[in-house]
Ligand binder design. Structure first.
Ligand code: G3H
Ligand code: 13P
Ligand code: ZN
Length: 309
């Protein structure tokens, strides 16, 4: 089976009230761990590549690794560009075999975001590739969003409708309180579900995307800290909030930080317990297993995407 787009996946996810996990990949062990989990869980899967990942590993290496994963596993996998910042990087990924791209124009004005998204959509659709865009800003923990500031940062429901109509985009990432990285909330974690419901009511059957959706499980924070790391105070999106989002029209949930924490905790533990080890296979094997366990847990217990093939 060749790489697939997210069209069918999102349609089934929307109808079934679950979400597809989009996991960031940077090397072979991460790809293998994720794909092994998807195979065991019989789950649809999106592998996503950031500009930083392309710079680190090179487009061609990641492409060939993902092709190998598809051939080896027989799974329907979509390969997606995460946070494409301009038309050029989207074009390069479309020309280079990706089946989905994100054009992230969220830092631009509404009109400029529409213009660049439209240009990418035209180029992508002519080539059978689907497009995700972003409207609204994912605040960091440093900008703890006060109620009266929300309207300026979070996605405006009416603008979302206009944006989708004018661009023809296939899915939309929205801002309702999540943010990237391990430090998402200072106080109690909260998402603006009222806003999400308004958006999904105005855009029925349209796939919504949630970025910055790692949970930052306390056991991995503890493990990292126990073996010489320092991620004290890290706090992510509670799993029950993600499950609720998946039932409210969110079809794609992006996870990177949780994989980084799981992999790093495993390597820290291994090196602390085996200080004489210098064979990369000895620490990358359990690290790959840690990725697999984390992804299987997400599919089974959070996203609801297990047994959906
Ligand atoms: O949202 C960003 C992803 O976590 C990718 O991060 O740009 O460091 O590869 P990166
Ligand atoms: P996290 O940092 O919460 O894992 O979010 C990843 C993401 O949104 C990638 O686009
Ligand atoms: Zn993101």
């Amino acid at each position: 089976m060749p790489l697939v787009t997210t069209k069918e996946m999102f349609k089934k996810a929307y109808e079934g009230n679950y979400a597809i996990g989009a996991f960031n990949v940077n090397n072979m062990e991460i790809i293998q761990g994720i794909v092994e989990a998807a195979k065991e869980e019989k789950s649809p899967l999106i592998l996503q590549v950031s500009a930083g990942a392309r710079k680190y590993a090179k487009h061609i290496y990641l492409m060939k690794l993902v092709e190998a994963a598809v051939e080896d596993s027989g799974l329907p996998i979509a390969l997606h560009l995460d946070h494409g910042e301009d038309f050029e990087i989207c074009k390069s990924c479309i020309d280079g075999g990706f089946t989905s791209v994100m054009i992230d124009g969220s830092k631009h004005s509404f009109e400029e975001n529409i213009a660049v998204t439209k240009k990418v959509v035209e180029y992508a659709h002519e080539r059978g590739v689907v497009v995700e865009a972003e409207l609204g800003k994912l605040a960091g923990v440093e900008d703890d969003v006060k109620v009266d500031a929300r309207d300026a940062i979070y996605t405006d429901p009416d603008q979302a409708v206009e944006f989708v109509e004018r661009t023809g985009v296939d899915s939309l990432a929205i801002a309702i309180g999540t943010s990237h990285g391990a430090y998402k909330f200072k106080g109690e974690p909260k998402l603006d579900f009222e806003r999400l419901e308004k958006i999904t009511n105005l855009l029925p059957n349209f796939p919504i995307v949630l970025h910055g959706a790692s949970t930052v499980l306390p056991e991995f924070v503890e493990l990292c800290n126990k073996y010489g790391g320092n991620v004290a105070g890290a706090k992510g999106v509670p799993e029950n909030l993600l499950r609720r989002a998946a039932q409210l029209g969110v079809c794609k949930i992006n996870i990177d930080t949780d994989l980084r924490l799981a992999m790093t905790a495993s390597i820290r533990k291994h090196m602390a317990e085996n200080p004489g080890d210098f064979d990369p296979r000895q620490y990358l094997k359990p690290a790959r297993e840690a990725i697999k366990e984390m992804v299987a847990h997400k599919m089974r217990d959070v996203l609801g995407s297990s047994n959906r093939l």
